[in-house]
Design a protein around this ligand. Structure first.
Ligand SMILES: [Zn+2]
Ligand SMILES: [Zn+2]
Length: 257
């Protein structure tokens, strides 16, 4: 694995290990580019906080810590500072304004919730509703349209259990748009490791048909996950079977310039 842009830190409340441990494991694994993309701080209105992301007041320390480590390890590995963020239309401009106060090299789009998160649907919950998958695809496409995202993390997160022709139609819409805008789609290692519903084989058949580019992402919530060996082997086989073009390095889009 040459590059991994999907790495968390304990600030999100569900990851373990410190930044230095993630970096040292990556170096040992031969990774040359390591991007941190912890669950982004979001300036939600009326005092709402999610418990699976860093709080806005932790962003400064996040960036400072990574900057120092980037300098310290510069001879061994390239480090980038990013976030995994949702596209939440109501607060997206405020979010960009907020992270612009600090350094940010890139964002990956992980659309964990529909709408604006608060009082809405988790994207990975099993659903039979056509409306849910349509909303998911609309929201991911709108996220791409902002021009702020470098790639889409676990694009197959939506867990639609309804008619296959609906799944196909909506997935073609997402993949066609990503291909048109030249946005890579991530084969997510955490999904493989945890035996989740993604990577979804049908999704990736359609991604191939649409000419999408794939990229591997560890989605590391523990230093041992950069990368987990068995998972990497599984992902390589999966990509080969699906005849996917896997890029080993992303062209980072800066969201703050
Ligand atoms: Zn997470
Ligand atoms: Zn993640």
């Amino acid at each position: 694995m040459y590059a991994n842009y999907h790495t968390h830190t304990p600030r999100c409340n569900h990851a373990v290990g410190n930044e230095r441990e993630y970096i040292e494991t990556a170096i040992k694994s031969g990774i040359k580019i390591l991007g941190f993309s912890d669950h982004a701080p979001m300036p939600f209105p009326h005092g709402y906080y999610s418990d699976f992301r860093m709080r806005p007041e932790q962003a400064e320390d996040y960036v400072k810590t990574l900057r120092n480590l980037r300098n310290e390890y510069r001879a061994d590995i390239e480090i980038y500072i990013g976030y995994e963020a949702e596209y939440y239309p109501d607060i997206f401009d405020r979010f960009i304004e907020f992270i612009s106060q600090y350094e940010c090299d890139y964002l990956i789009l992980g659309q964990h919730f529909l709408g604006n998160e608060e009082k809405d649907v988790y994207s990975g919950a099993p659903t039979l509703r056509e409306r849910d998958i349509c909303r998911y695809v609309d929201q991911v496409c709108e996220g791409i349209d902002t021009g702020k995202f470098t790639y889409i993390a676990h694009p197959d997160l939506i867990n639609f259990r309804g008619e296959e022709n609906i799944y196909r139609r909506e997935t073609e819409r997402l993949c066609g748009y990503a291909a048109l805008k030249n946005i890579p789609l991530e084969i997510n290692f955490l999904g493989i490791m945890d035996g989740r519903h993604y990577p979804n084989p049908l999704f990736w058949d359609i991604a191939k048909e649409c000419g999408c580019k794939a990229i591997f992402g560890c989605d590391a919530h523990s230093p041992k996950d950069v990368p987990d060996r068995e998972t990497l082997i599984y992902a390589e086989r999966f990509a080969e079977e699906k005849k996917l073009e896997v890029i080993d390095k992303a062209e980072l889009i800066s969201p703050v310039s």
